[in-house]
Design a protein around this ligand. Structure first.
Ligand code: ZN
Length: 280
């Protein structure tokens, strides 16, 4: 199942058609996305069995952030060995965790203001929590995930490294720095949710390409480790880290410029696209 948001209402997307969840369920679920995630277990049971109408044609470029109101956003640093190496860090024994503040969330397409001189890209798989998770064993981690979506952990490196220790959360939370979408794809839709190709390109030139099977801490491991400290809530997001190829790790370093178009994709999920504009 592929879940999207159109005009602030939750929809089930099937090919070129979209079914309004609130209408199809006679108001039992939605229309607000947060209400659907809060009732995710019941909703997914209903969606699997209810006779769904054909839906109506929709404009895929109108899809909005599928999870606009998470209560918590976790982000994982250095979760790919090659990215840790290009960042001059050792491979971590415990995943370094920071947050991306909620006001930085954005939909799958749009303009992002260049908030400083060193705006960098980080394509990431984003896991969306589907039910409250506390002290979950790794073997059950996937059972707490509603689905997966594409994210960018856009980072302004000058702000990130302006303090000691580095202030990851601030440097990665300017407006528009956390775009996600275009849809949430449930885990059962993916042949192997632990091995998805992801990457991004700038103006058509590929700059990152990896596989989520290369993650040091897998999605179930992250759900387990995080939930042993902080109870996870339905609709929470986990940005799971980025593969190698960011601008900071290049020689010479490279950062985004006004007019650049950043396209990020995960095979089997979809793609998002951001256009960068000059800051004020
Ligand atoms: Zn990141």
């Amino acid at each position: 199942m592929r879940i999207g948001v159109l005009n602030g209402r939750t929809v089930i997307v099937d090919g070129q058609r979209a079914v309004d969840v609130a209408d199809a369920s006679n108001g039992r679920f939605g229309p607000a996305p947060a209400a659907v995630y809060d009732a995710w277990t019941e909703f997914s049971e209903w969606a699997a069995t209810a006779p769904t109408p054909n839906g109506t044609p929709y404009d895929s470029s109108a899809l909005e952030n599928p999870v606009p109101e998470p209560r918590q956003i976790f982000a994982i640093g250095l979760n790919y060995a090659e990215h840790a190496a290009e960042s001059h860090y050792a491979v971590p024994e415990f995943p370094p965790v920071f947050t991306k503040y909620r006001s930085s969330l954005a939909g799958p397409r749009g303009e992002v203001e260049l908030a400083g001189p060193k705006v960098d890209w980080e394509v990431e798989l984003v896991a969306v929590i589907g039910r409250p998770a506390h002290r979950v064993p790794e073997s059950e981690g996937w059972n707490y995930v509603a689905g997966l979506t594409v994210g960018q952990d856009i980072s302004e490196r000058e702000t990130q490294f302006a303090a000691t220790p580095p202030q990851f959360s601030l440097g990665k939370s300017f407006p528009g720095f956390s775009p996600v979408g275009p849809v949430l794809v449930t885990v059962d839709e993916l042949a192997d949710p632990d091995d998805l190709e992801l990457g991004c390109d700038i103006n058509g030139e590929q700059v990152q390409k990896g596989r989520t099977s290369e993650m040091i801490f897998s999605v179930p491991q992250l759900v387990s480790r995080l939930s042993h400290i902080t109870p996870l809530l339905a609709g929470d997001l986990i940005f799971t880290g980025t593969p190698a190829g960011v601008g900071l790790g290049r020689t010479p370093q490279r950062f985004l410029a006004a007019g650049d178009v950043l396209r990020s994709y995960i095979a089997g999920i979809g793609e998002i696209e951001q256009t960068f504009v000059q800051g004020q």
